[in-house]
Structure formats: structure tokens, C-alpha cells
Design a protein around this ligand. Structure first.
Ligand SMILES: O=C(CO)COP(=O)(O)O
Length: 263
């Protein structure tokens, strides 16, 4: 039996200014209750410019919503114009930071080695990195998707200790399913998440494989969250578009209700 508490993380991407962020977090907090937070960890991953406002709101109102950023520098400090360090995110009490999202890999040329360095920087400051991996459509069509994602996982965790991997989250996001409405079937998502978990067992040991959360991301909505969450190796979701809608994000967080209704 798995003890992994599900995590539903909303990646807002480049949406919502700090005023809109506060309104959205308030709306989300209003629609969730203690039972939801007891069952599922809920996080919002917001633009840097929203962090301070979200922190003030979450701490002022003692909300159980966690928050974090969408990227972090691999460097500690210095002449890196435009970058934000893990120490800065730590000062804002960020619980999470996304590293290696496919959009950063695609538009900013991020490599597995850089992603691993960013994950290490986050961990050093007590921030959980959400390490993203996933294949493009051509790789999926060639049938190489499992090998590709396993390789990407290995590269993106290079240099992390067993304990550091346990303190991380891995997100499998097939690029062809992101923002397209094209969700991977639960079986497709499970296949890759299981392979990633098996890789953790072979890189480290069974305890690392059993403890590390693996999320699925790519067109997750209230309507499909339950069937994805029914898979043995899927421990939550990294949600883009649907996380901008408090009602739909709430349905995702309450995926168990949909599962009950369907049975
Ligand atoms: O990239 C994603 C989350 O990080 C997924 O985005 P969508 O949920 O909009 O497909």
C-alpha cells in the first residue's frame, strides 16, 4: 500500500498579475475545506511577481494552500540579470518550484544537467523541486517514449542523493498533451510513471521509489482526474489551464467525489 499523499499543483504559467492572483487564491480557499486539505496537498505555482502577495494572503489568513515558483536559478547569487535564486524563493517561504518544465526546455534551451542543478539549488533551501520530464509527439510515435522519459529522469536527477530525490516530486508531462486538450490515456500515463518509479528503484532502492511522488500533467481537468488518479503510480497532477478556474481546480482536488459518483 502506498502512503504517498496526493499533490494537486496548479501551474499558472504566465497568467494572473498579483491582484488577480490574490482574488484567485481567495476564491480557491473559499471553495476548499479542511477535509480537502487532509486528503490532498494543494499548491499554486505562480509568476514571480505574485509570490509576495500570495505569501501575505496565505500566511495572513492561515490558508492551507501551498505555493511556489515556476523556475529558479541554478546559481546562488551574482551577475545573472533577470534570474531569481533559491535563497530568494526560500525567503518567501515557497514550498515548491517547478524545474525543467517542457516550455523552459523548449523556449530557453534547458538541458537535463541544468535542470538537475536547479533541483539541487532548490533542495539546498528546503524547497521541493517539481522536476518535469516528458516526450514530444515524434518520440511517442516512434515508440521510444518510455526510454526517453527514463533517460530524462536520470539526467534531471543527476547528483541528487537518495534523500534529495525523496524530497523531490517528479512530473511526467507528455509535451503533446500540454494545453492541447489531448490527455494521455490513464494507461499511457501509468506506463511512463511506473517506468520512472522502477528507474528510481534501480538508481537508488525501493524505499526511494516508494516515497517519491510522481505526478501526471497534460490537459488534466475535473472530468478526467479520477481515472488518472486511479492508476497505481500517479500521485497527483500538475495542472495548467484548468488550475486557472477555481471551480475546475476544486473538482480535480475532489477527484474522489467523481470516482464515487461514477461507481
Ligand atoms: O504544462 C502543464 C502543467 O505544467 C499542463 O498544462 P495543461 O493542463 O494546460 O495542459
Amino acid at each position: 500500500m502506498t502512503e504517498r499523499k496526493p499533490l494537486m499543483a496548479g501551474n499558472w504559467k504566465m497568467n494572473l498579475n498579483h491582484f488577480e492572483a490574490m482574488k484567485h487564491v481567495q476564491e480557491l480557499a473559499f471553495s476548499l475545506n479542511d477535509k480537502d486539505f487532509d486528503a490532498v496537498d494543494v499548491a499554486v505555482l505562480v509568476p514571480f511577481t505574485d509570490l509576495r502577495s500570495v505569501q501575505t494572503l496565505v500566511q495572513g489568513d492561515k490558508l492551507r494552500i501551498r505555493y511556489g515558483a515556476q523556475d529558479v536559478s541554478e546559481h546562488a547569487s551574482g551577475a545573472y540579470t533577470g534570474d531569481i535564486s533559491a535563497a530568494m524563493l526560500g525567503k518567501l517561504d515557497c514550498a515548491y518550484v517547478v524545474v525543467g518544465h517542457s516550455e523552459r526546455r523548449q523556449y530557453h534551451g534547458e538541458t537535463d544537467a541544468l535542470v538537475a542543478a536547479k533541483a539541487l539549488a532548490a533542495l539546498k533551501h528546503g524547497i521541493t523541486p517539481i522536476v518535469c520530464v516528458g516526450e514530444h509527439l515524434d518520440v511517442r510515435k516512434s515508440g521510444e517514449h518510455v526510454a526517453h522519459c527514463v533517460e530524462q529522469t536520470r539526467g534531471s536527477l543527476a547528483g541528487l542523493s537518495a534523500d534529495q530525490v525523496k524530497a523531490s516530486v517528479i512530473a511526467y508531462e507528455p509535451v503533446w498533451a500540454i494545453g492541447t486538450g489531448e490527455v494521455a490515456t490513464p494507461e499511457d500515463a501509468q506506463e511512463v510513471c511506473a517506468a520512472i518509479r522502477a528507474e528510481l528503484a534501480s538508481l537508488f532502492d525501493e524505499s526511494v521509489a516508494a516515497a517519491t511522488k510522481i505526478l501526471y500533467g497534460g490537459s488534466v481537468k475535473g472530468a478526467n482526474a479520477a481515472e488518472l488518479m486511479a492508476q497505481a503510480d500517479i500521485d497527483g497532477a500538475l495542472v495548467g489551464g484548468a488550475s486557472l478556474d477555481a471551480a475546475d481546480f476544486t473538482r480535480i482536488i475532489r477527484y474522489r467525489d467523481a470516482a464515487v459518483a461514477a461507481s
